[in-house]
Ligand binder design. Structure first.
Ligand SMILES: [Fe+2]
Ligand SMILES: [Fe+2]
Length: 268
C-alpha cells in the first residue's frame, strides 16, 4: 500500500568522463550556463535525496531532467546511483525532462532499454504507462519533444491522455488516487509568446479537463525548479511542482512528501 509519496525532480546529473562528442560538450556548456559543471557534487545531491526518501516513503517519483543533456554516460551515472540507493524499482516512477533528450531524441528510450531497464516498469513509455500500486495508480507521462537544446518546451501526447481517460472509466478506478507524473507543468502559460514558444507546454487541454472529471487526479511535475501548488479542486490543490535536486545544498536534500487524506494528496 502507498501511504506516503516522495517527489524529487531536476537532478541534472552531468558526466564528462566519457564525453567525447563535440555536440554533447557544447550542449552541456550551453545548458549549464548558470551553474557549474561539477560532476561529483551533483551525484552527491542525488545520493542524499535518495537516502533521505528511502525509509520515509512507500513510493518515489522523479519528475524529469534526470540528466543534463541525456548522454549515455549521464544516464549510466543516474542509473548507478539509483541502483546503489537500494530503493526497490517497483516503488519508483521515472519520467524524462527536456534535458534528457537534448543530444539524442531516442536517449530516454535507449536508457529504459539499457541502464534503467530495471526501472522500466515504472517509467514513462511511448504512449503512457499504467502502474497500479494498491489504492494509488501512477501514470508516468513523457512530455518531451524532439528539439534543439536551446528550447525547453514540451508536448502532451493525446494518446497518453486518452489512455488515462480510458483506464479511469473502469469501475475499479473510481476510488483510486490518481497520480500523473510528468516533467512540464500543465496549465502555466507565459504571456510572452516568444518565451511560450521556447518553454511552453502544448496540448495539455485534455489533461486539465481530466482534473475536473475524476475526483482524485493529481499531477506531480518538475521543470520550474521551484515549489508550486496549484489548481484547487474541492478546496485542495491537485498540481504540485518540486524544487530541483541540482539546486540543493550538498548534504541538505529538499524532497517533497505527500500523505493521503481521503484519497487526495496533501503535501506533508
Ligand atoms: Fe530542470
Ligand atoms: Fe526542464
Amino acid at each position: 500500500m502507498v501511504h506516503r509519496i516522495a517527489h524529487l525532480s531536476d537532478v541534472h546529473l552531468v558526466e564528462t568522463r566519457k564525453t567525447t562528442g563535440i555536440l554533447t560538450r557544447l550542449a552541456q556548456t550551453t545548458v549549464s550556463y548558470d551553474r557549474p559543471i561539477e560532476v561529483e557534487p551533483r551525484r552527491q545531491k542525488l545520493r542524499a535525496a535518495l537516502a533521505h526518501v528511502k525509509d520515509r516513503a512507500d513510493h518515489v517519483v522523479v519528475s524529469g531532467d534526470l540528466t543534463e543533456v541525456g548522454s549515455e554516460a549521464e544516464y549510466e551515472s543516474f542509473a548507478e546511483i539509483l541502483h546503489d540507493s537500494g530503493i526497490s524499482p517497483d516503488t519508483v516512477t521515472l519520467v524524462p525532462g527536456n534535458h534528457d533528450v537534448y543530444v539524442d531524441a531516442a536517449g530516454w528510450k535507449k536508457a529504459c532499454e539499457g541502464p534503467l531497464s530495471a526501472f522500466r516498469g515504472g517509467a514513462a513509455g511511448e504512449h503512457g504507462r499504467v502502474v497500479e500500486r494498491g489504492s494509488v495508480v501512477f501514470f508516468p507521462m513523457d512530455s518531451t519533444r524532439d528539439q534543439f537544446f536551446l528550447r525547453s518546451g514540451g508536448a502532451v501526447a493525446i494518446e497518453a491522455v486518452t489512455r488515462i481517460m480510458d483506464t479511469l472509466r473502469g469501475a475499479s478506478m473510481r476510488h483510486k488516487t490518481v497520480v500523473v507524473a510528468m516533467h512540464h507543468p500543465p496549465g502555466l502559460r507565459s504571456k510572452n509568446p516568444v518565451w511560450q514558444w521556447f518553454d511552453g507546454l502544448v496540448g495539455c487541454g485534455k489533461l486539465l479537463e481530466l482534473l475536473g472529471l475524476h475526483p482524485r487526479v493529481h499531477v506531480l511535475h518538475g521543470h520550474r525548479h521551484t515549489l508550486l501548488d496549484r489548481i484547487a479542486i474541492a478546496g485542495k490543490n491537485r498540481v504540485f511542482g518540486a524544487t530541483a535536486t541540482v539546486d540543493d545544498a550538498v548534504g541538505a536534500p529538499r524532497v517533497r512528501f505527500y500523505g493521503l487524506d481521503d484519497g487526495v494528496l496533501v503535501p506533508a
